[in-house]
Each structure stands twice: as C-alpha cells, then as structure tokens.
Design a binder for this molecule. Structure first.
Ligand SMILES: NC(=O)c1ccc[n+]([C@@H]2O[C@H](COP(=O)([O-])OP(=O)(O)OC[C@H]3O[C@@H](n4cnc5c(N)ncnc54)[C@H](OP(=O)(O)O)[C@@H]3O)[C@@H](O)[C@H]2O)c1
Length: 446
C-alpha cells in the first residue's frame, strides 16, 4: 500500500470551515476513500476530496485530485513567498505521482498533470528567493491600486491577494518552522501519539531519535520508519531514569550532532480512587510523566539553546482539569504545565519555543496499560476507543502547532469545552466530569 502524509485536514482551514466539516468528518471521508479504493492515504490536501458534493468514482480520479491539489498548494505557497515550501510540495507531488503511475501507466490525465508539475518545477527553479522584508518593501512601494511587485530577478509579476497584503502589512507573523533536516527526540515513540508523531515528523524530513522501554515494539517502529525512508535511531530508555535521559541526549549528539526538537511524550496513566490506591502508583506516574520530562529537558536544554529549538510537552486535558480516579495522572500533567510554563518564560528572550500540547481522548494503548490501584496494568480499555480522535490526527495537529510556534494546543471539541467550562463554571464541571467518568466500564466511582 502507498502512504502519503496528512497536510491540511483541519477544522481551522478555510475550506473545511466553508464546507462546514469537522475534523472527524474529514478523517471519516478519507477513511472511506481509502477503503473504497484500497489506498492508504493519510490525507490529500484538497478541498475537492472533502467537499460535500465530491464523490470519487475511480482510484485514478482520487489521485488526480490529490496531485492537482498539491500543485495548487505549491502555487499558493510560492505566491506567499514561501518558495522553499513550494519546492518541497512539488517534490512530494512527484513522488506521489510516480507511485501512482505504476498503477495507471496509461492514464493521459495523469501524464498531463505530471507535465504540469515538471513545468512548474522548472519555473520554481528559476525564481530566486526574495526575503520577506524585500517583498514587503516591494509591496509597499508599489501602488495599491495596481497592486503588484515586479520581480528584479526574473521579471515575473506577483499578484498577492488583498488578504495577503493586509496580513503582510499589518501583522508580524513569526516564520513558520521548517522540519526538513531537523533532529527530533521523541520519548515513548513505540506506540500511540509518539509513534504517529515520529511518522509525521519523518514525512516532513526530520531525523529522529525514538525511545521506549519494550524492545519489540520499538524495533518494529524503527524498522517501519526506515522502510519509509526516514532516518531514525532507536534507543531503549526509561524516561523515569535520569541516567537514561542523559544517555539519550549523548547518543543523539553522537549520531546526529545536534538537537532541534524535544518531544516529551512518554507517559502512562492510572485508574483508582485515592482512598484505595497504593502510593507507589502515583510515584510511578509522576516519575514517568513529570520527572521524565524534567530530566529530558534538563539534559537537552544546552543543545536546544544552541539550535534555538523547540520543546514540546505532551500533556492532556487532565492538565487543565483534575479527573476523578485519575488523580496521579492529572497531578503529573498539572505539574508538567507549571514546569513548562515557567521554562517558557525563562526562555522568553532565548528563542527556544515551548509548546504544551493537550490532546483529548485519543485512540492508543494508554488505557490498556494504565495502572490500577495496586500497580497492575488495567488490561482492557474502559472507553470506546473507536469514538476517539486517532493518534495520527493528533500528530498532525501537534506538528502544525510546532510549525506555527503556538504556546498551547487543546484538542477535541470535548476537550476545548472542558477547559472553557472549567474556567468559568467549575462547580458544574465537577458534576459533569464525575458523571462522565462514573459511566466508564468498571469505574471505581460507580
Ligand atoms: N491517549 C490519550 O487519550 C491521551 C490523551 C491525552 C494525552 N495523552 C498523552 O500522550 C502521551 C502518549 O500516550 P499514548 O496515548 O500514545 O499512550 P501509549 O499508546 O500507551 O504510548 C505510550 C508510549 O510511551 C512509552 N513509555 C511509557 N512509559 C515509558 C517510560 N517510562 N520510558 C519510556 N517510554 C515509555 C511506551 O512504550 P513502552 O511501554 O515500551 O515504554 C509507548 O511507546 C502520554 O504522555 C499521554 O499522557 C494521551
């Protein structure tokens, strides 16, 4: 099966808003397209694929829509003066079409699309980079009525739209982070969100160091990443052990020579009432979720300062709102918030970006391995995993938030509502949260 990356399946993109689609709708449509046509596309960034009226009939049609969308996306990026991104998209599109040519060698429409792509690639190669400042000056010097900027280098005329003009003139936009060639450490990347993040960042050109405690799933993830052409080093390391974190940083430097991104993702959960639980349960959860992040940050920080890199803490909605029967888990995420918020402020003038990412309920292994009151793994998940956001979709949002250098990311409609209501109506939230968790299978609350 062929695999392609998720690009703009987001409820925030203009076309999903225009089509009144939620993120889940987008993912659902994509899954149906994949099932119908035997594809494994994580997403094609094309509104046509997701617009309510679009009903693809054959696989080739899906491919052509995808290819056209990539081309349009590249043109848009070039219009926005992001030539590097435009070039990357064209390269991706070539890989995408090359793969599908093997399935539809005689398709005239595909050949035409491929030719368009080559033509545009040649055009991009001629265009020389103009810095954002040069571009702004050129824009401002040009008359608004005939709004255009004549290129010095190749004589091409640019016609940015009114919104681009407003955005460039009125707002300071921090430069989007480009993942190409970045070295990323992801702790706990052999399953769930960490694993999905590894694929997402790898697809964007990052080099990876991934960790986990169990050798088999870690090795499986490493091999799959490598098969997908992603450069990766896998290390068995326990986040809760300070020495393992020191070794992780050292091994990354030895192998890749630098660290640009640190994602503190390794985590476990628990489920028991405080009155019943063995205190070791809370200690274990704090050691992995909180101290694991502290150790990794401490050892990686000098190198992140050198690279002006990014630190991401994978927290949770439970970091904003304590959950009954998840006291240790909630405490570890609240602690993580305090630590990372303080760190972000310490780093305010040092150009290291800190993102606190808070997924809502996400399909993963976390509930199966969650600790019960005596520290045993729970075994079964007490919730309907199929109703949750997929780890892949979560990874897409996290990487986008990293690229945009956001401070917080709160995911899922339910998660956003929980954070909002908890701030303004905490007494109501006590009841709602109690009831929601009491409804879980075998809940200690019921
Ligand atoms: N799934 C959700 O609903 C959800 C929601 C909000 C936030 N989160 C957060 O997302 C993060 C990832 O969770 P997930 O849902 O993807 O869970 P998961 O599927 O259970 O994956 C957890 C990963 O962390 C690794 N890990 C656990 N303990 C570790 C340790 N001591 N040292 C190193 N690696 C360790 C696991 O591998 P080994 O077991 O082999 O070590 C695994 O690779 C966690 O921080 C979690 O709190 C999850």
């Amino acid at each position: 099966m062929l695999r392609f990356e998720v690009l703009s399946a987001s409820p925030e993109t203009p076309w999903t808003i225009a089509a009144n689609l939620s993120y889940d709708d987008v993912i659902d449509r994509l899954e149906r397209i994949n099932q119908t046509f035997g594809l494994d596309i994580a997403t094609i960034h094309d509104e046509a694929l997701y617009s309510k009226s679009y009903q693809p009939k054959v696989q080739e049609e899906v491919v052509i829509f995808g290819g056209n969308a990539m081309l349009e996306n590249a043109i848009q990026k070039a219009d926005d003066r992001n030539l590097e991104a435009a070039r990357q998209i064209v390269q991706q599109a070539k890989v995408y079409l090359d793969a599908f040519f093997q399935l539809h060698p005689a398709s005239e429409a595909l050949k035409k699309l491929y030719q368009n792509l080559l033509d545009y690639d040649a055009k991009l190669a001629q265009m020389k980079d103009m810095s954002q400042t040069e571009y702004l000056v050129a824009q401002k010097m040009s008359k608004f009525s005939s709004y255009s900027a004549r290129r010095k280098n190749d004589g091409q005329r640019l016609k940015p739209d009114f919104l681009t003009f407003l955005r460039n003139s009125c707002f300071y936009l921090p430069k989007k982070l480009n993942m190409q060639g970045k070295v990323a450490i992801i702790t706990g990347a052999s399953s769930g969100i960490g694993r999905a993040l590894a694929f997402r960042l790898g697809q964007k050109g990052a080099k990876l160091v991934i960790t986990g405690r169990k050798p088999a799933p870690l090795e499986e993830t490493r091999a799959e990443l490598e098969t997908n052409g992603i450069e990766v080093l896998a290390l068995i390391a326990d986040s809760s052990q300070e020495a393992d974190n020191a070794r992780l940083v050292e091994a990354t430097l030895q192998h890749f020579g630098r660290i640009d991104l640190l994602i503190c993702n390794a985590g476990i959960s628990m489920r028991a009432l405080v009155e019943d639980l063995d205190l070791d349960v809370i200690r274990q959860v704090m050691d992995i979720n909180f101290y694991g992040a502290v150790y990794a940050v401490k050892y990686a920080l000098p190198h992140l300062l050198a690279s002006q890199g990014t630190i991401v803490g994978i927290s949770s909605i439970a970091g904003f709102r304590g959950l009954p029967a998840r006291s240790g888990y909630s405490a570890s995420k609240f602690a993580m918030h305090g630590f990372l918020e303080a760190l972000r402020t310490e780093l305010l003038k040092k150009k290291v970006h800190v993102l606190i990412a808070c997924p809502g309920f996400t399909q993963s292994n976390i509930r199966r391995v969650a600790l019960t009151k005596d520290g045993q793994a729970q075994g079964e998940t007490p919730r309907d995993e199929t109703a949750m956001m997929s780890a892949e979709a979560v990874a897409v949002s996290i990487v986008r938030a990293m690229e945009k250098k956001r401070r917080y990311l709160v995911l899922t409609r339910q998660g956003k509502l929980t954070v909002f209501l908890n701030k303004w109506w905490p007494a109501l939230m006590d009841k709602l949260v109690y009831n929601a968790l009491a409804r879980e299978v075998n809940s200690p609350l019921s």
